[in-house]
Design a protein around this ligand. Structure first.
Ligand code: TXA
Ligand code: MG
Length: 338
C-alpha cells in the first residue's frame, strides 16, 4: 500500500511529514521532492531498507546511491577523510544541488555504495526535503524515484506512474525547481573530478574549484570508448521507450526532417516557426535556459504518449546549464546526428 501525502512545497506541514519520517524509522521507503528531482529514500544504515530501493527500482546492485543529509555534522557519520578541499564547495553550494564523493567510513553499508570505498553525499535545499531529513534524523540513501532507465521524476505524478503500490509513501511537493539531477564532484581522488554535470554549472564550480578535472567522456561527442568514473553513467538512461533522434548539428536538421516526415519535434520556443505543419513539443525558452532543464524530463516522458514511432529532439549549444541538459539528451537518444 502506498500513502500519498501532499504538502505545501514552501511551508510543509510538519505533522504530516512526521508520519513519513516514522515510516523511514520503521524500515520503509518514501519518495520525496528535492530541488533537483524526486528521490526514493531509506535509512542509509538499514541495509534491508536500502535493498528494497534496488528491488523497487530494478536498479543494478553496483550502481551506488547518494546519501542525503540536513546538517554538516552528519558528515562525520559517513566520511573518512578531511573535508578541507571540499569546504569551498560545501560553503557555496550546500544546501543545494551539488553532490560530493568522499572516502567512506566502514559503517556505511556496501549496499549503499555499490561495493565502492567512497560515498556520495548531498544536502538538499528544498524545504520539503530539508524538513523531512531533519525529522528522519538519520542520513537517507536516495536515488532518483523512477524505474531504472526511465527519465528522473520531476513531478509526483511521474513517481506515481513508476512506483505507486511498491513504495510506502509518496510526498507530493509539486514540480521540482531545477528538474535535472545534482552536479557530482569527486573529492576522494588526488584532484577533484566532475562526474556528472548538473544544475550547478561547470563555470560556477570552476569559480570555486580552480583545479576541477573534466573527464574525457563528458567532453567527447560519444561516451562509448571511455569508461565513465561514475557507475551510473554507463547505463542507457533517461530514455523514453520510443526512439529519439537528437540533432546536435543544426546544419543537418533539414536532412533529418525529410528522412522522418511524420516525426514530432521537441524544440525551444524560439524555433517553433521552423516546424509548421508538424506536431511539436515546446521545451522551454533559450532566453531562460533553466526552463529547458526544468521541463526536460517531463517532455522526455511525454514523448512516449505520442502516436508517432520516433521523435526528433533539437540539441543545444552545450554551455552553462545546457551542457548538463545535453549530457542527459545524449544518453536518452537512440541516434545522435552530429
Ligand atoms: O539530484 C540528485 O542527485 C538526485 C536527488 C534525489 O538527490 N539523486 C540522484 O540519484 O540523481 P541517482 O541514484 O539517480 O544518481 C546518482 C548517481 C549515479 O550515477 C551513481 O552511479 C553516482 O551518482 N554515484 C553514487 N555514489 C557514487 C560513488 N561513490 N562514486 C561514483 N559515483 C557515485
Ligand atoms: Mg537516477
Amino acid at each position: 500500500m502506498t500513502m500519498l501525502i501532499r504538502v505545501d512545497p514552501l511551508k510543509p506541514n510538519e505533522e504530516i511529514l512526521r508520519k513519513a519520517a516514522e515510516m523511514i524509522k520503521e524500515g520503509g521507503v518514501v519518495a520525496f521532492p528535492t530541488e533537483t528531482v524526486y528521490g526514493l529514500g531509506a535509512d542509509c544504515f538499514n541495509t534491508t531498507a536500502v535493498l528494497k530501493i534496488f528491488e523497487i527500482k530494478k536498479r543494478p546492485a553496483d550502481n551506488p546511491l547518494i546519501v542525503h543529509i540536513h546538517d554538516k555534522n552528519q558528515l562525520a557519520l559517513l566520511v573518512d577523510q578531511s573535508y578541507e578541499r571540499a569546504s569551498a564547495i560545501i560553503d557555496v553550494f550546500w544546501p543545494g544541488p551539488v553532490t560530493i564523493i568522499f572516502r567512506k567510513k566502514p559503517a556505511v553499508p556496501k549496499e549503499v555504495t555499490g561495493g565502492l570505498e567512497t560515498v556520495a553525499v548531498r544536502m538538499p535545499s528544498h524545504p520539503v526535503a530539508f524538513k523531512f531529513l531533519q525529522l528522519c534524523g538519520t542520513p537517507i540513501a536516495a536515488p532518483s524515484a523512477n524505474l531504472s532507465g526511465k527519465p528522473s521524476p520531476t513531478r509526483a505524478e511521474h513517481v506515481i506512474d513508476d512506483l505507486y503500490g511498491t513504495v510506502d509513501a509518496i510526498i507530493d511537493g509539486g514540480e521540482t525547481p531545477f528538474g535535472i539531477e545534482s552536479t557530482i564532484i569527486d573529492f576522494s581522488r588526488e584532484k577533484p573530478v566532475l562526474l556528472r554535470p548538473g544544475p550547478a554549472t561547470v563555470e560556477e564550480i570552476q569559480r570555486v574549484v580552480s583545479d576541477l578535472q573534466i573527464p574525457e567522456f563528458l567532453l567527447k561527442k560519444t561516451d562509448e570508448p571511455v569508461r565513465p568514473l561514475s557507475p551510473g553513467m554507463s547505463y542507457r538512461h533517461y530514455a523514453p521507450e520510443k526512439p529519439v533522434i537528437l540533432v546536435a548539428n543544426e546544419e543537418r536538421l533539414d536532412e533529418v526532417l525529410s528522412k522522418y516526415p511524420d516525426a514530432p519535434v521537441v524544440c525551444p520556443q524560439e524555433m517553433l516557426s521552423r516546424f509548421y505543419g508538424r506536431k511539436t513539443i515546446v521545451l522551454g525558452t533559450l532566453k531562460e535556459p533553466f526552463t529547458i532543464a526544468q521541463q526536460l524530463f517531463s517532455v522526455l516522458r511525454q514523448i512516449d504518449s505520442l502516436t508517432a514511432d520516433v521523435a526528433i529532439v533539437i540539441g543545444f549549444e552545450p554551455r552553462g546549464i545546457l551542457f548538463s541538459v545535453m549530457n542527459r539528451l545524449r544518453r536518452a537518444a537512440t541516434e545522435i546526428v552530429e
